[in-house]
Design a protein around this ligand. Structure first.
Ligand SMILES: Cc1cc2nc3c(=O)[nH]c(=O)nc-3n(C[C@H](O)[C@H](O)[C@H](O)COP(=O)(O)O)c2cc1C
Length: 320
């Protein structure tokens, strides 16, 4: 058993989080991960209306009786009152775990604390982690620049970022960016993280609701097939290289601003692609670790083999 203070407080068995993924972190994936004893959060950005969130929570509860969380994005695409309502819904539905990401959680800390939620804040910079800790969050999740999704603007890889954050804060740390198996789980624990966050790896599971053609595209991709876009908007994203993402980079190099880029970077395009398998339009987030994800196990198989391999690696290092 690789349990620790954080797994105990979260009520999970294994120190693994399925990174929250827009369009994918829905009931079927979140429920399967929770049922296998790890942590996952519903991406509320998929359904930013409290009633739809309530339904997704109910659907997840129909799959598992184990704990799971909800991710609320603090990017300014929602108004402050919408964010406040989503947080209230999480609490009213009795979901005990809230993950925030995207901006400082300061405006919502009092509400989250009063609601008694276990608050994980996700960020990519050391100074944001220190700030979140000063606001009293319960755990900090950090991602290195190799991650899929938004690696932040500091450009630090997981090997540098995770131990630095562990040393800089007192609360438990979840480390992400580049994790996919037991060997990397053991490495994350050795770096001082109490849990690892794997996103890209969970796309390639049976229960992930992405279209099989897109999963095959990920299976066929290497680390060098990922690229960074949206740095000019200070919202860097690591995505798979496609003619569409190359076009976004070209427009950025030409000095295009948000207005010109908006139709190219809208998340709604990827929503369609994840549903119908087309990748001609939209941005498809992926970490460098895509190179190491070469099969399509069930969530339960992935989690159990990851934990078993990590235990074997740790025992091997200890000479047991
Ligand atoms: C397809 C995809 C979509 C993502 N969407 C979100 C999101 O909506 N919110 C969020 O906080 N992180 C998002 N992320 C980041 C993941 O939660 C996680 O932090 C990251 O994937 C970890 O790095 P890895 O890909 O190297 O495992 C996304 C990542 C991927 C691959």
């Amino acid at each position: 058993m690789l349990s620790n203070e954080l797994t105990k407080r979260l009520g999970i068995q294994h120190p693994i989080q399925c990174g929250t993924m827009q369009w994918l972190s829905k009931a079927e994936l979140v429920g399967a991960v929770a049922d296998a004893g790890a942590l996952a959060c519903i991406a509320s950005a998929i359904n930013p209306d409290p009633e739809a969130l309530r339904e997704e929570i109910d659907k997840t509860r129909a799959i598992t009786r184990r704990p799971f969380g909800v991710n609320v994005s603090l990017f300014p695409s929602l108004s402050a009152s919408d964010i406040g309502k989503l947080i209230s819904t999480v609490a009213q539905c009795g979901v005990g775990i809230l993950e925030t990401a995207g901006r400082s959680p300061e405006p919502y800390r009092d509400q989250i604390k009063e609601a008694g939620l276990f608050h994980i804040h996700k960020c990519a910079r050391i100074r944001d982690a220190i700030k979140a800790q000063s606001l009293g969050v319960d755990a900090i999740s950090v991602v290195g620049m190799e991650c899929g999704g938004h690696p932040g603007e500091a450009g630090l890889g997981s090997m540098v970022l995770i131990p630095k954050v562990v040393k800089s804060v007192e609360c438990p740390v979840i480390g992400g960016g580049g994790f996919c198996d037991g060997r990397s789980l053991a490495a994350g624990l050795a770096l001082g993280a109490q849990c690892i966050n794997m996103g890209t790896r969970f796309i390639l599971t049976k229960e992930c609701p992405g279209h099989p053609d897109l999963k095959q595209f990920y299976l066929d991709s290497q680390a060098a097939d990922t690229m960074l876009v949206m740095g000019s908007l200070k919202n860097t994203g690591r995505v798979l290289r496609t003619p569409w993402s190359e076009e976004v980079a070209r427009l950025e190099n030409q000095g295009a601003g948000l207005e010109e880029l908006a139709p190219y970077i809208s998340g709604q395009l990827a929503r369609q692609g994840w549903a119908d398998g087309g990748k001609d339009k939209g941005l498809y987030y992926a970490g460098q670790v895509v190179e190491r994800c070469q099969d399509l196990p069930s969530v339960d198989q992935l989690i159990s083999r990851t934990v078993a391999e990590a235990q074997e690696v740790i025992n091997g290092l200890a000479g047991a």
